[in-house]
Design a protein around this ligand. Structure first.
Ligand SMILES: C[S@@+](CC[C@H](N)C(=O)[O-])C[C@H]1O[C@@H](n2cnc3c(N)ncnc32)[C@H](O)[C@@H]1O
Length: 262
C-alpha cells in the first residue's frame, strides 16, 4: 500500500532491552514537549520511569514526580533511577491516578507515555476519564497535559493493529479511539494544541512475539490480580496472523499536547 510505514524486525541483540529504548521513540516524544526550566512535572502511570528519565535527560532542572499504582512498577522505577544523578530530578510515589493526592494547581506539566491502556485495565474507561479530570485539577491554569496513546482505529499496518488487539484480548488493557481521548480533554477543560504521530519503524518477529505474549500473560495476574487469557488461547487466536505479519511493539504512537483552559 502506498504510504504505509516501513517496519523492519527488531534485532535479537536489541530485543532484551527493547522496551527501555523503543528505537529512540521516547526521546523523540520527549523532545516534542513544551518544557520550561525548573517546571514541576507529574508523570502519570510512570511504569519503569523510562519516560520520566527521558524528560530528566532533556532538562535536569525539572522537578519530576512519577506516580504509579503498582508496587512492582515503583520498585523497578526506583531501581532504574537510584544511585545516578537522575534521582535528584525524579521522585516516585505509589498512587492511583484516578485519585491524585496533590493540591490544586501544583504542576506546570503532566505527562503520560503509553499508560492509558493499563489504566483502562485497572479502572475501565470511566477511570481513564477521571484521570483527565484529576490531571486538570492538579495542573496550574494554562498548564500542559501531553500524553501518548495508540488509538486502534488509526493502525496503519497489520502488525500495529494486532498489537492493540492482542493486549486487549490478553488482559483488557485497551486503547480507546482518538476521538474519545479528545472528548475527555474537552470535558476536563483542556484545549488540544497539537497532535503528532511517532513511529519506531520496527516490530517483533514471531519468535520475539511468542516471548513477549508469554511475559504479558504471566505478569498480568502477578502484578494486578487481573485475570488474563493464557498464551495458548492468545496464540490460537492471533498466532497465524502474527506468523505472517509480525507483531507491533509500541510501533505507532499518537502524541496529544493539550493546555488547561485559564
Ligand atoms: C505501560 S506502563 C507505562 C509506561 C511508562 N510510562 C514508560 O515510560 O514506558 C503502564 C503503567 O500504568 C500503571 N497503572 C495502571 N493503572 C493505574 C492507575 N489507576 N493509577 C496509576 N497507575 C496505573 C501500571 O501499573 C503500569 O506500571
Amino acid at each position: 500500500m502506498i504510504g504505509m510505514p516501513e517496519e523492519s524486525f527488531i534485532s535479537e541483540q536489541d530485543f532484551p532491552d527493547y522496551i527501555a529504548k523503543l528505537n529512540g521513540l521516547r526521546t523523540r516524544v520527549a523532545e516534542a514537549l513544551p518544557l520550561e526550566p525548573r517546571m514541576r512535572v507529574l508523570d502519570v502511570a510512570t511504569g519503569s520511569a523510562y519516560f520520566a528519565m527521558e524528560l530528566a535527560k532533556r532538562d535536569p532542572t525539572l522537578k519530576i514526580l512519577g506516580i504509579d499504582s503498582s508496587d512492582r512498577s515503583i520498585r523497578i522505577a526506583d531501581r532504574n533511577i537510584r544511585g545516578r544523578w537522575l534521582d535528584t530530578v525524579v521522585s516516585l510515589i505509589k498512587m492511583d491516578a484516578t485519585r491524585l493526592e496533590f493540591p490544586a494547581s501544583t504542576f506546570g506539566l503532566a505527562t503520560n507515555f503509553l499508560g492509558f491502556d493499563d489504566v483502562h485495565m485497572t479502572k475501565e474507561a470511566r477511570g481513564v476519564r477521571e484521570v483527565f479530570h484529576e490531571v486538570a485539577r492538579v495542573l496550574k491554569p494554562r498548564g500542559y497535559f501531553c500524553f501518548a496513546v495508540m488509538p486502534p482505529e488509526e493502525a496503519e499496518t497489520t502488525a500495529q493493529r494486532l498489537e492493540c488487539e492482542v493486549s486487549s484480548f490478553i488482559r483488557g488493557s485497551t486503547w480507546l479511539p482518538a476521538l474519545r481521548y479528545q472528548e475527555f480533554l474537552r470535558g476536563a477543560g483542556f484545549t488540544l494544541l497539537k497532535r503528532e504521530v511517532h513511529y519506531t519503524h520496527q516490530k517483533m518477529n514471531p519468535d520475539q512475539a511468542k516471548r513477549r505474549v508469554t511475559a504479558i500473560c504471566d505478569d498480568t495476574l502477578k502484578m494486578y490480580g487481573v485475570d488474563a487469557n493464557t498464551f495458548e488461547e492468545t496464540w490460537r487466536r492471533f498466532g497465524p496472523e502474527i506468523e505472517e505479519h509480525g507483531l507491533g511493539y509500541c510501533s505507532r504512537v499518537v502524541l496529544m499536547m493539550a493546555r488547561r483552559n485559564a
